[in-house]
Ligand binder design. Structure first.
Ligand code: NAG
Ligand code: NAG
Ligand code: NAG
Ligand code: NAG
Ligand code: NAG
Ligand code: NAG
Length: 718
């Protein structure tokens, strides 16, 4: 989420704004949410629109770059961008040009496979909002022509089933990768599994991961015979899983058989030969380090017969190792040094046991992610923010259209939190950590209406220009631990007033924490959550007189009820509650009639995770919400902002049937809003470029990851 009034930053100057606040706040923001009701307007029969936010994604401007490994120290002219400078490009892999790989190139490309100046890059690229896999042949200095081909057929790449593709590698004949297109069939279990597809035919799509199991970060041995993965195995993922708690398994690349656990507590496996793996693990001394596992050449392979040795020393975090076949001289790693807030790529000299810094010497203030080595070890690749220097000309989008599998539904990412569409359909209200804003549908006319962050925005369905939110001038989100206990009141703001922040009406007077207002479809009443009884329950008050006009207590119990929204047909209020898990962060969805009767859980099989931010479809028949139902989709440490929980957007019928997953990615998708069809049919860009590129904060060095984890767990019970 981008602060629309932030000053533009220059190349490789990631935002310094509010350092610790940023992560805290943005997660916080997303974990809270609610939004608009549009009863009086179009019960559109021509489809509807869901808007949502993906944490930080509007500022993700990743490209894949390379450096030679022999230039120590490197100079700026050694670094070359390999990808297009437009899409979000990440998680690269440099392949040997096998005949099967070359066969994918158009005959007219004139590529000579033996041409050593060419790089064969396999990577993930996000276009149309969907991560898919590409193969580019490009000169090492990015001069001359580039040949680009998609690696999967239309169907496999997620055009017909929404899904995410990640971490591709190739063997002589096959592409091996992660995909999330198959439902794990179990609540709170990841859909990520490893598949292989024949390069030449793109025909088969063989699942190598057993049913009901999730695998991440596949690596193929130099012969292609074995694949190693990080996996939670049978025990599965849990919302309280630590950030690095996978194990490493090895199986036959051919068909997934002979699967065996080789390392307890390890992730990101990478081979140097048929029996040696490097991986990362959190050491007992608190540092994330790279380790080496040697598998026995004969006899049974198990965690008991595999020898494990620490490779990188205490004193800094070293993770996401990269290797190349038979290179026993060095590996590449990402590091977090204690004196730095930035993630950098370094080599680690295995002979001298010392680090060789690379990217910090070139762009000290940019994060560099997920290194990889060329097969001959001469180059190291990674992804980083492309920045101004290399084509940062495209403005951020206010609205980014995503492909959907249904004609009736359009899906957009919104560049801000809690977006709400006015009943007239002409403008949005939304929130950033610098305040509450209103903007026209075409991204023009941006105006700040409150100087403080608000918890939700929602337009009055009847009275023009009235936006409800919850906020307070004393709100200070830089103070951790106060989330959910802050003093906040329900406010009605006339956004058409000359000075809206002076035209604020405070509707609540009792309780400390009154949040997430939502008007009834006739605009007469407002449902909200309040801690006035000591715990958070739902209340209804008059929309004009506020609490002074009387209060109806909708729910009552010693637990947390929150984020209630009203159905456009006035029959139901849907909300999130931890009533089955008192004292925990777990939340399920419930519905109740506005008179307090008919309370029931929406879906029994949603139990056991965090489901939040529910909102009705315009026809009141379905509910869109965020949930951890599909767990995580990648090893978190390979992501920017890896400390955050991983909610995705789902829809479900009011009776709990027909679950549908709408979003697939490995970062947090935030509060969704469901409206009648909006005017936009494609991306809508902000009128000018502003805001920082790649404006997010990485995890804190030493011991902070743990704190972050706790903090992110704290948030969902808002
Ligand atoms: C490209 O070459 C292959 C094999 O050499 C051939 O089968 C195919 O027809 C050619 N395609 C085009 C478009 O020339
Ligand atoms: C890989 O598997 C093939 C077929 O089973 C076998 O012939 C070959 O020796 C194996 N290569 C290595 C390096 O283990
Ligand atoms: C918020 O709290 C922090 C830490 O206590 C303090 O440094 C900062 O000045 C406060 N900001 C505001 C706007 O009160
Ligand atoms: C309500 O949520 C808070 C966190 O915001 C949590 O500390 C508390 O235990 C929850 N209360 C109950 C009764 O579950
Ligand atoms: C959950 O249960 C409902 C009702 O039995 C069913 O329609 C729905 O498909 C189930 N969802 C999943 C994801 O298992
Ligand atoms: C990190 O945690 C370890 C063990 O919990 C402790 O010994 C060490 O002092 C901590 N380091 C810092 C920098 O807080």
């Amino acid at each position: 989420m981008l602060p629309p009034i932030a000053k533009s930053q220059t190349f490789r100057q990631p935002m310094k704004i509010m350092n610790s606040t940023l992560v805290f706040f943005s997660f916080f923001l997303l974990s809270l949410f609610c939004l608009s009701a549009l009863a009086e307007t179009s019960q559109a029969s021509d489809g509807s629109t869901i808007l949502f936010t993906t944490m930080g994604s509007s500022t993700f401007e990743f490209d894949i770059f390379t450096l030679p490994t022999s230039r120590r120290p490197p100079s700026p002219s050694d670094e070359h961008r390999l990808t297009d400078g437009k899409s979000i490009n990440f998680n690269g892999h440099l392949a040997s040009p096998s005949p099967a790989l070359i066969s994918l190139l158009p005959n007219t490309s004139g590529i000579q496979p033996q041409d050593k100046s060419l790089l064969h890059l396999i990577y993930v690229t996000e276009r149309d909002g969907a991560p898919t896999l590409h193969y580019d042949v490009v000169h090492g200095d990015n001069k001359g022509t580039r040949v680009q081909v998609p690696l999967l057929s239309e169907q496999q790449s997620g055009m017909s089933v929404n899904s995410m593709k990640d971490t591709p590698v190739v063997t002589n004949e096959h592409l091996v990768y992660v995909s999330t297109h198959e439902n794990s069939g179990k609540p709170m279990a990841s859909w990520a599994a490893v598949y292989s597809t024949e390069l030449r035919t793109k025909a088969t799509q063989q699942r190598l991961t057993p049913p009901g199991i999730a695998d991440f970060s596949p690596a193929v041995s130099p012969s292609g015979n074995w694949t190693a993965v990080a996996s939670y195995g049978e025990k599965g993922w849990s919302i309280v899983s630590k950030e690095l708690s996978t194990d490493i398994y090895v199986f036959l690349t051919r068909d997934g058989t002979q699967r065996v656990k080789v390392v307890e507590q390890g992730g990101w496996p990478r081979w140097t030969d048929e029996s040696t793996l490097y991986f990362h693990r959190k050491s007992d001394d608190g540092w994330i380090s790279v380790y080496r596992a040697v598998l026995p050449k004969t006899g049974p392979v198990s965690t008991k017969t595999v020898t494990v040795q620490r490779v990188t020393p205490a004193g800094l975090h070293a993770f996401t190792p990269a290797t190349s076949p038979n290179n026993n001289d060095f590996i590449a790693v990402a590091t977090r040094r204690p004196e730095s807030e930035i993630r950098h790529v370094e080599l680690f000299d295995l002979k001298k046991n010392e680090f060789v810094e690379l990217t910090r010497l070139l762009s000290p203030k940019s994060h560099h992610f997920n290194p990889f080595l060329s097969p001959d070890s001469s180059r190291v690749g990674y992804h980083t923010c492309r920045g101004d220097k290399t084509g940062r000309t495209n403005p951020h989008n206010l609205l980014q259209k995503l492909k959907t599998t249904s004609e009736d539904l359009s899906l957009f990412r919104f560049d801000g939190a809690f977006p709400s569409l006015s009943p007239e359909g002409d403008r949005f209200a939304f929130v950033t950590f610098t305040g509450v804003f209103v903007v026209n549908q075409d991204a023009s006319g941006l105006r700040q209406i409150l100087p403080n962050i608000g918890f939700g925005t929602v337009w009055d369905p009847v009275r023009r220009g009235i936006v409800y939110t919850s906020s307070d001038p004393s709100l200070n989100l830089t103070v951790p631990g106060l989330v959910g206990t802050h003093k906040i009141n329900i406010l009605a703001v006339n956004v058409d007033a000359r000075n809206p922040s002076a035209a604020v009406k405070k509707l609540t007077t009792g309780g400390q924490n009154n949040a997430f207002p939502w008007p009834s479809p006739d605009g007469k009443r407002i449902v909200f959550r309040s801690d006035r009884s000591g715990t958070k329950n739902l209340y209804i008050m008059d929309a004009e007189k506020g609490e002074a006009g009387g209060l109806f207590r909708l729910t009552n119990g010693n637990w947390n009820d929150t984020i209630a929204t009203w159905s456009p047909d006035n029959n139901w209020i849907v909300f999130a509650s931890n009533r089955e898990y008192i004292g925990t962060l777990l939340m399920d969805l419930y519905v109740v009639h506005p008179d307090g009767t008919g309370l029931r859980k929406v879906a029994q099989n949603l139990t056991g995770g965090v489901s939040m931010h529910p909102m009705f479809s315009p026809d009141s028949k379905r509910i869109v919400f965020t949930t951890t139902y599909a767990a995580i989709s990648a090893e978190p440490i390979g992501n920017p902002k890896f400390n955050v929980a991983s909610s995705e957007i789902f829809t479900v019928n009011l009776d709990g049937s027909d679950f549908m997953r709408l979003t697939h990615n490995s970062v947090e998708d935030g509060p969704p809003l469901w409206f009648p069809k909006i005017k936009a049919t494609g991306d809508v860009a902000w009128p000018k470029r502003f805001g920082a590129s790649c404006a997010f904060e990485d995890f804190k060095s030493q011991n902070t990851t743990v704190k972050m984890n706790k903090r992110s767990l704290m948030c969902p019970s808002q």
